[in-house]
Design a protein around this ligand. Structure first.
Ligand code: KG4
Ligand code: ZN
Length: 336
């Protein structure tokens, strides 16, 4: 018997809705998804304003759900379970998603299922044309998290290492802010980096030579700040591009080298990259190059599904249900 899941994502500044159908023993199928990004609204403030984010989720959630159902040619009555992002994220924004999902579930007489946002990211590569097989090492790199995990199956997650301070996405965002680039900083810094010389500044590679799988990016941000000060009050566009390229190179090198170490130590040949920073083209280029040389496989979500979206939430709900791990209407903990 197949199950149809309507999933809502609203943890930060994207409202995402998706419809996924799963049948026993088969990879769940994404029937349609829709996303509304609040980026433009928050741009004027240089970052996400939580209250504005919550209010906008209220405006977008149901119209997006209607759009998804229309795209999929489905009726609301076909929905068996309403899934939503349970956390982590902005409290008000999460409450909107949980509220909408609970109200819809109650109105339809269908159960709801809370999904951990990071598990959504982690399982998002299963929505790609080239889904991974278990077991694999996962590099989870978002705006709030940087973790290396050993993944043996759905719900079977072992934490290998994580950041002891800032996340990789945060390092991109904060460095971008120092360089006067807009929000969101990661893509903006990456675009500017393409015009720059990545050897121009000798920036630190924190914890690279420590014999562990942890990360630290707070010192890098300080190093960027000091480098910028040395350039005087009005650095040239080329100097800024060089600093952007050097910053990106430093972050990416640490992510690549630690991922390789995690693969080596776990004896695995497959790496899955997930989370917003997984959209970074230099990270993909450098990982693909080293993977080719060493006979490793690297899987990514589709580019549009790297950052927050509803498809990953509906997909994670489907995979947890298939694995017999999820009980609708019950909270669960994402154990690592
Ligand atoms: O996964 P995500 O959408 O939200 C969280 O769960 O945090 O990740 C957002 C993060 C932001 O820090 C953003 O700057 C970063 O991902 N990001 C990028 C790129 N696209 C998004 N960082 C570097 N290069 C990119 N192309
Ligand atoms: Zn996210």
């Amino acid at each position: 018997m197949s199950i149809t899941i309507l999933g809502f994502e609203s943890s930060c500044d994207e409202t995402g809705v998706a419809l996924v159908t799963c049948s026993p023993g088969q990879v769940p199928v994404l029937r349609a998804h829709a996303l509304y990004s609040q980026v433009q609204m928050h741009q004027a403030y240089g970052g996400v304003v939580p209250e504005l984010a919550s209010r906008d989720h209220v405006r977008r959630a149901l119209p997006l759900a209607r759009e998804v159902l229309a795209k999929a040619g489905a009726e609301l009555a076909e929905v068996d379970i309403v899934a939503y992002t349970q956390g982590p994220g902005l409290a008000g924004a999460l409450l909107v998603g949980a509220g909408v999902a609970s109200a819809l579930g109650a109105a339809l007489g269908k159960p709801t299922l809370g999904v951990h946002h990071l598990e959504g990211h982690l399982l998002s590569p299963f929505l790609s044309a080239d889904p991974p097989e278990f077991p694999f090492v996962a590099l989870l790199v978002s705006g709030g998290h940087t973790q290396l995990m050993r993944v043996d199956g759905v719900g079977q997650y072992g934490l290998l290492g994580e950041t002891i301070d800032d996340a990789a996405g945060e390092a991109f965002d904060k460095s971008a802010k120092l360089l006067g680039l807009g929000y969101p900083g990661g893509p903006a810094l990456s675009r500017l980096a393409q015009q720059g010389d990545d050897q121009a500044f000798d920036l630190p590679r924190p914890l690279l030579h420590q014999p562990n799988l942890d990360f630290s990016f707070a010192g890098l941000k300080t190093a960027v700040m000091i480098a910028l000060r040395k350039l005087g009050p009005v650095p040239s566009e080329q100097q800024k591009a060089d600093l952007a390229a050097s910053t990106e190179a430093a972050i990416v090198e640490v992510l690549v080298r630690k991922s390789l170490r995690a693969l080596k130590e776990s004896g695995l040949q497959r790496l899955v990259v997930a989370g917003g920073v997984g959209a970074n083209s230099r990270l993909r280029r450098d990982l693909n190059a080293v993977a080719m040389r060493r006979g490793l496989r690297v899987h990514y979500p589709e580019l549009e599904l790297c950052t927050d979206n509803g498809a990953m939430i509906a997909m994670a709900a489907a995979m947890r249900l298939q694995a017999g791990l999820a009980r609708p209407n019950c909270d669960y903990r994402f154990e690592v």
